[in-house]
Design a protein around this ligand. Structure first.
Ligand SMILES: [Fe+2]
Length: 397
């Protein structure tokens, strides 16, 4: 049913005649208020390597960016250095969060032109970044709200395969030398491997608009669909459709609020995100949920608290009704507060962090798939009840 999303280590394997054939998630760019400090947070709590930096010391006069890496995940934390930099304006409106889900393609110019022809609005024109080592070409289109998809193509010393082995990200970046936290993280890995999916929240009534956009512009297909009967509690509900690229390399679920007695988590997000759609969560894949969650908890990551009562029913639902055989120690799953769900293909373990900044906007999901290709539908109700308790504490329910 699925193709391993991280299978395409050789970019040539994916370069068919289709310019929108996505090779990989090149990087996810965050706009943040203070990239230097944010880098420390993500390194300390989530075990990322603070690998490269681009700032005044490398001749970047407008912005500072830090490249954080772990497995095949590349986060780029960018802050503006002057008041006219767009990152400053966006941080003012939305707080820290995801600006760009950048997609690695064979030819960024061709992918951009095809997307524009398919109806995309340009975020920025193709730009070539070249030096003696090689070339990186980027071009961007606007998706929901303030978010952008950059197309990135790389050659010479900047090829993706080289980058994955620690090569330079692009011109004007330099390696971070002698950072103690990097050594510590190498010795105490969190085990995060790649971006499994990336979820967007859009306004009421706009889900199908953006589903059509991903179908038309990026030539994605509908992968899964959940309605408010699947995802509701007494108080709040949402609807969700999962869009996937042709090779299932990247999955982009899109949520919209549905009518409930009280404010849904999507509405809360929009209220604190200037009523603007945006990325709600990044799901980061691990091969060992117990290890990753234990290590992240030890480092101080704040996870959603799962009600005790969840574990009264979970094994009956997952192993009894769904017939899965969960190999992870059941007591440890409960002690670590991890969620479990199953579908016809297998099971999955997942857990959600609390918001990663003071605004209740972006969070991470830590997910481990044992065959299951779904998104934890069976957990939605239990999870939403837990989320509502948090919303209530913030006075936002
Ligand atoms: Fe998710």
């Amino acid at each position: 049913m699925s193709v391993a999303p991280h299978a395409s280590t050789d970019p040539r394997a994916a370069t068919t005649g289709d310019p929108l054939q996505l090779i990989d998630v090149d990087h996810v760019r965050f706009y943040v208020g203070n990239a230097k400090q944010a880098a420390y947070f993500y390194a300390h709590c989530f075990g990322f390597q603070v690998e490269q930096v681009c700032d005044l010391t490398t001749g970047s006069r407008e912005e500072a960016s830090y490249l954080l890496t772990q497995g095949n995940i590349r986060l780029l934390l960018t802050t503006g250095l002057g008041r006219n930099h767009p990152a400053q304006e966006e941080v003012k409106k939305y707080g820290d969060g995801v600006k760009d889900i950048a997609l690695n393609v064979h030819d960024a110019v061709k992918a951009y032109e095809r997307a524009i022809k398919n109806g995309a609005e340009s975020a920025y024109e193709p730009t070539e970044h070249t030096d003696e080592h090689g070339t990186v070409v980027t071009a961007g289109i606007k998706t929901y709200g303030r978010a952008v998809h950059s197309f990135v193509s790389r050659s010479g010393g900047y090829a993706l395969t080289t980058l994955k082995q620690g090569g330079q990200f692009m011109p004007r970046f330099r390696k971070v030398e002698a950072f103690a936290l990097n050594d510590y993280n190498r010795q105490h890995p969190c085990g995060l491997k790649f971006v499994d999916h990336c979820v967007g929240n859009v306004e009421l009534g706009k889900m199908n608009h953006w589903v059509a956009w991903y179908e038309n512009v990026l030539e994605f297909k509908l992968f899964k669909h959940f309605d408010d009967k699947d995802i509701s509690t007494e108080y709040s509900a949402l609807m969700s459709k999962v869009m996937a690229s042709g090779n299932h390399l990247i999955k982009m679920p899109i949520n919209e609020p549905a009518a409930g007695k009280k404010k849904s988590q999507i509405e809360e997000y929009l209220d604190w995100h200037d009523q603007t759609p945006g990325v709600q969560h990044l799901a980061l894949r691990t091969d060992d949920e117990l290890h990753s969650v234990a290590e992240l908890r030890r480092r101080g990551v704040d996870f959603l608290e799962i009600p005790e009562t969840y574990y009264d029913l979970v094994w009956k639902r997952v192993e009894g009704e769904m017939g899965a055989s969960v190999k992870e120690d059941h007591k440890r799953v409960k002690d670590l507060g991890i969620l479990v769900d199953a579908d016809e293909d297998g099971y999955l373990l997942q857990l959600f962090t609390k918001p990663l900044q003071d605004r209740p906007t972006l969070f991470f999901e830590i997910i481990c798939r044992r065959g299951s290709q779904s998104f934890g539908k069976g957990n939605f109700k239990a999870l939403f009840e837990a989320l509502e308790l948090e919303q209530e504490k913030r006075g936002n329910l």
